[in-house]
Write a protein that binds this ligand. Structure first.
Ligand SMILES: Cc1cc2nc3c(=O)[nH]c(=O)nc-3n(C[C@H](O)[C@H](O)[C@H](O)COP(=O)(O)OP(=O)(O)OC[C@H]3O[C@@H](n4cnc5c(N)ncnc54)[C@H](O)[C@@H]3O)c2cc1C
Length: 384
């Protein structure tokens, strides 16, 4: 049976998805427009600060620092959190339906549903590969590391597919955690690692992988994954004791009526972050795309867009046109194993333990308005 949850007021802003884009939109709107009720719909109990998941895996940070609950984050901020998943959005009727069959109307809607792993239809990936996106994934991987540390097989192998930032960062961290008890194989379909990174970060990452004797397989495409074996397009295969898929993701969006995209496609947005043809619907982060030269799919972009949406709603409320979103690139930071990192940006080019500490402090303190984030950064700085 359907139940309609009455919106708190005709002015309600409803945000779908509480990752970087959704959470930061909610906080920015509440700060800028305190009279507008904000409702955040997010199925997971914890917000995941994904750039710091590596430090959670290694035990360098704790779950409460990297994955606080929405209850903790939002309860004192007057933002209503509904723990549910949105299934359908009726654009003309300004109404959405959730998995629990509740219905909710909005005055303005913000879509921030991010991405899901893309297995490109390769057999066995869904069944046999680990992901690396949330607390559950970290727990599974930690257990696998513990198992591998206790086994005595000479040729034990952990395979990571995809040598983008996640694959390279994870390879370094896992190599340190395994301490030689298994070999890390990093498999990449392209001719090199980190194609979108700066030359400095790429060089530092290459050196960090070499130091840890990570076995790099370039120009190698996975054709099939089985429980203990991965096969490649050139006919070769490798026995594995765990395979992590970091080879790609695709936008994940609830169904809209009328449809705005094909499955797996991002929503097309205008420069002011409104969905094309929709005056009261905004989209941001990894589920949205602007033009042919989109902004990178990063937390940095999603957070800045959250602020921009609050500014846009404020402008519209004053009868003005929203300003186009301008991405301010603050640089790139990569974690490269326990206590090590590289960074370019913020006017700095740096690698090593100091870069590691700057990276961690930068991320932890880059949570404006999140007292937990600031507290954890403070705790970390005091501990060193
Ligand atoms: C391991 C890892 C490390 C990373 N490191 C960095 C980094 O160092 N720097 C950087 O800038 N970026 C980094 N990123 C990328 C960054 O995390 C993403 O670009 C960012 O999270 C995108 O924000 P988003 O709001 O678009 O999506 P997400 O943060 O993925 O949030 C989407 C949210 O929507 C929810 N959702 C999905 N569907 C529905 C639905 N139907 N109804 C309701 N809710 C829904 C999901 O549960 C999720 O919480 C990293 C990513 C990973 C996985």
């Amino acid at each position: 049976m359907f139940m309609t949850i009455p919106s708190p007021s005709p002015e309600a802003v409803v945000i779908v998805g509480g990752g970087f884009g959704g959470l930061f939109s909610a906080l920015a709107i509440t700060a800028r427009l305190p009279d507008r009720p904000v409702v955040l719909i997010e199925p997971q109990e914890h917000f995941h600060f994904q750039p710091l998941l590596y430090e959670l895996l290694s035990g360098e940070l704790q779950p409460w620092e990297v994955a606080p609950t929405y209850r903790e984050l939002l309860s004192s901020r007057g933002i209503c959190w509904i723990q549910d998943r949105v299934t359908t959005i009726n654009l003309a009727g300004q109404e959405l339906t959730t998995a629990s069959a509740d219905r909710l109307t909005w005055s303005d809607l913000v879509l921030a549903t991010g991405t899901e792993p893309n297995d490109f239809g390769i057999p066995g990936v869904r069944e046999h590969a680990f992901g690396f996106r949330n607390l559950k994934d970290v727990t599974h991987l930690r257990e696998r590391v513990q198992d591998l540390r206790q086994q005595h097989e000479k040729d034990a192998a952990l395979v990571i597919v995809g040598a983008g930032p996640t694959g390279c960062e994870l390879a370094c961290k896992l190599a340190d955690l395994l301490g030689g008890s298994a070999r890390i194989h990093l498999v990449e379909r392209g001719p090199g690692i980190l194609p979108r990174s700066t030359a400095f970060n790429r060089e530092r990452a290459t050196a960090a992988l070499e130091r840890r004797q990570v076995c790099l397989h370039l120009d190698t495409a996975v054709s099939r994954v089985d429980k203990d074996r991965v096969s490649f397009n050139d006919g070769s295969s490798l026995r594995h004791h765990g395979l992590i898929w970091s080879a790609g993701s695709r936008p994940s969006l609830p169904r809209t009526e009328p449809p705005q995209t094909k499955p797996g496609e991002a929503l097309s947005i205008a420069a002011d972050l409104r969905v094309l043809g929709q005056e009261h619907v905004y989209a941001l982060g990894d589920c949205a795309r602007y033009g042919d030269d989109p902004w990178p799919a990063t937390a940095q972009v999603a957070m800045q867009q959250g602020d921009a949406i609050a500014a846009a709603l404020s402008a519209v409320g004053q009868g003005q046109d929203p300003e186009p979103f301008q991405f301010q690139d603050l640089g790139e930071m990569l974690s490269l194993g326990v206590g090590d990192a590289t960074l370019t940006g913020l006017g700095i080019t740096l690698a090593g333990p100091l870069a590691f500490r700057i990276r961690r402090a930068t991320y932890l303190t880059r949570m404006p308005g999140l007292s937990l984030g600031l507290r954890s950064a403070g705790a970390w700085l005091l501990n060193r």
